[in-house]
Design a protein. Structure first.
Length: 370
């Protein structure tokens, strides 16, 4: 079994900065009839990236009172979370079986759905997946008139929309645990580790860091109050904001708007919360910072390639997708910009851009031939 994916985008007019919330992948289960067919035996795709996160698509033949081959296919989206404290909030998700002509496979009521929509849903380490046990009847896929298994391949379209509003807010209610953590953060003489950030001291508790910023906790394990860990690549105010977030302190919308300006200016990028949270592994803050960046960033032909290169170098998939979509929609203008030379100097990224354009052209050609 192998996996390949595609962004199937047909653009009418120019997208706004909020456009790259939705993403689409096609997951191809090749030689489907010869794959595992035992009841409840899992068929799982390799990891793929969609809407800025990593996933697997899982299929199995659901329990049925009749013959195994009369059973329903269950389909679940499984989140590959970077850490136990991570969460992914999707506004909605849909699964659709694709026919050989690219259209959705629609079946009768007795065959149940063949398409599935759900959301909103928050994926966590406790609940890492969601889907349905009643997606489509297994036997029905092999009917001659179904036009589904082209060359023996079952293709399922996964379409998802990230809930940016879930990440981009500053009015999250404070729980008693958060309140206690904030009191601990503000209380003096209880800390057991210190950071010397550009000559200024920031104190913290290793226990809190181990729970909410594991990478930073590991880095500072050998340090204490008398022997602070030196931080020279992030400014003091940014580091203080990051530590405050770990303890549950809110970061207001106005601050996020200011942070976006750091991303725009290459000379200030290392002052951003996005850089600091990525550098020191505060994954929940990095996800929030990237979402705010996508929400407020105004892309244009002169900056799109710079943002694409920055996002690629710093593992920022949402920002990368936003820049990629802008570039593929504004190819003629992009090619006249000085920054286009930078893209030409990166064969891997140039190939990704070309693949996006080719897939869009193929989609348009298929629609024109219908």
């Amino acid at each position: 079994m192998s996996y390949s994916g595609a962004h199937l985008n047909v653009h009418v007019g120019s997208p706004t900065a909020k456009f790259p919330v939705e993403d689409v992948k096609l997951v191809h289960f090749h030689n489907f009839k010869s794959l595992k067919t035992a009841r409840d035996e899992l068929i799982e795709s390799p990891e793929f990236e969609c809407a800025g996160h990593k996933w697997k698509l899982q299929l199995y033949i659901a329990e049925n009172d009749g013959d195994t081959f009369d059973g329903f296919i269950a389909v679940y989206l499984f989140s590959v979370l970077p850490s136990e404290s991570s969460e992914i909030r999707l506004a909605d998700v849909s699964f659709n079986i694709k026919k050989s002509d690219g259209q959705n496979y629609l079946v009768g009521e007795s065959d149940w759905m063949s398409c599935c929509d759900f959301g909103p849903f928050t994926f966590t380490s406790v609940q890492p997946s969601d889907g349905t046990d009643w997606f489509v009847k297994y036997r029905g896929l092999f009917d001659e008139d179904s036009d589904v298994l082209e060359f023996g391949t079952l293709t399922i379209e996964v379409r998802m929309r990230l809930d940016l509003d879930h990440y981009c807010h500053d009015d999250k209610p404070q729980t008693s645990l958060t309140d206690n953590m904030l009191k601990l953060f503000l209380e003096e003489n209880t800390e057991d580790v210190a950071f010397k950030v550009k000559g200024k001291i920031v104190k913290a508790h290793k226990t809190v860091l181990r729970a909410h910023a594991k990478e930073l906790a590991e880095l500072c394990e050998a340090f204490d109050l008398s022997n602070p860990m030196r931080i020279n690549d992030v400014d003091h105010d940014t580091f203080q904001l990051m530590i405050g977030f770990v303890y549950g302190e809110k970061i207001l919308t106005e601050t996020w708007k200011e942070q976006v300006q750091y991303i725009v200016d290459p000379t200030k990028q290392k002052q951003s919360i996005l850089f600091a949270s990525g550098k020191y592994g505060v994954t929940a803050l990095k996800s929030k910072a990237e979402a705010w960046c996508v929400k407020f960033l105004e892309l244009n032909s002169n900056t799109a390639i710079d943002h694409l290169l920055y996002a690629d170098a710093n593992s920022l998939p949402l920002l990368k997708k936003a820049a990629m979509d802008y570039i593929t929609c504004h190819g003629k203008q992009i090619m006249t910009c000085e920054s286009f030379q930078l893209l030409k100097e990166s064969p891997v990224l140039m190939e990704e851009v070309m693949r996006e354009l080719i897939e869009q052209l193929e989609t348009l050609k298929r629609k024109r031939d219908e």
